[in-house]
Design a binder for this molecule. Structure first.
Ligand code: HEM
Length: 245
């Protein structure tokens, strides 16, 4: 570990950190996998009580290395190309408008609870093909919520994401556990991140009314504005990689 830190602090690594990071990624021991490590660190009793959580998290592509990461990422990526995502824009706009129409008549509302929580959850559940409107708490209840939906789509597929993932079971050898884990990853990965961005962005604009007035006067600033809010106070503060001894 010291050696790696020393490597990263070396003169040539500081001069060209991208090349240094590339060399680090190429080492066999460099890994995104942290579930096996976590499982090893906790007590046998905790391991038993959290078995159902580990069963899901150990199949999250974000926590696994190639070649499994490459395989899962390839299966999902066609649904998230810039072109595919652009097609969701009208639907996302109408979800946001419907939420705001319900909130405007109130004297005030709680941004996180009434808006930021609802937007990404509604969008992601709709993408997956799950009935909207439910508040979901925790991975375990989400798995129980998804299991019958997955079985239903296996019987009668539609155009939604769950059907696309279920089709990968037969075509690409994706396991049911991977389908469940990928759905849970999309709900968790897409929900909390976006909710926090809406919340921290709203707070930043409230604290900088001059910037809010600029954005209001020129809505074409929305796109760079979101990028800047993400840069200034992003919802993900760290990523984890480990190097096995
Ligand atoms: C503001 C919103 C978002 C932020 C800040 C964000 C941030 C990130 C970051 C930093 C990672 C890399 C984590 C790592 O490798 O350790 C990641 C991965 C991922 N995110 Fe997001 N995300 C956002 C929205 C979304 C949405 C809306 C979805 C899908 C509905 C999503 C799905 C994923 C998936 C599937 C991965 C794993 C990719 C892979 O391992 O190849 N994210 N996200």
């Amino acid at each position: 570990m010291t050696m790696l830190l020393d490597d990263l602090m070396a003169r040539d690594a500081i001069a060209d950190p991208h090349a240094a990071c590339h060399r680090l990624r190429e080492t066999e021991a460099f890994s995104a996998g942290r579930m096996a490590f976590l499982e090893r660190e906790i007590s046998a009793e905790d391991r038993r009580s959290y078995r159902h959580i580990f069963d899901v998290l150990s199949h999250w592509m974000v926590f696994i290395d190639p070649p499994d990461h490459t395989r899962l990422r390839r299966l999902l990526s066609t649904r998230f190309t810039p072109r595919a995502v652009e097609q969701y824009r009208p639907r996302v706009r109408s979800i946001v408008n419907a939420l705001l129409r319900g909130l405007v008549p109130r004297r005030g509302f709680e941004v996180v609870h009434d808006f930021a929580y609802m937007v990404p959850l509604t969008v992601i559940l709709e993408l997956l093909g799950a009935p909207a409107g439910d508040r979901l708490e925790g991975a375990a209840s989400l798995v129980e919520y998804l299991r019958p939906l997955i079985a239903e789509r296996r019987e009668s597929p539609t155009l939604d994401l769950i059907s696309a993932l279920v089709a990968c079971e037969e075509l690409d050898g994706m396991t049911e556990q991977e389908v469940i884990a990928t759905c849970v990853l999309l709900v968790f990965g897409g929900h909390e991140t976006t909710m926090n961005l809406i919340a921290s962005g709203t707070r930043a604009l409230a604290r900088h009314p001059d910037q809010w007035m600029r954005l209001k006067a020129d809505p074409s600033l929305a796109e760079p504005g979101v990028e800047e809010l993400l840069r200034d106070d992003g919802s993900v503060k760290a990523t984890v990689r480990q190097v096995w001894p």
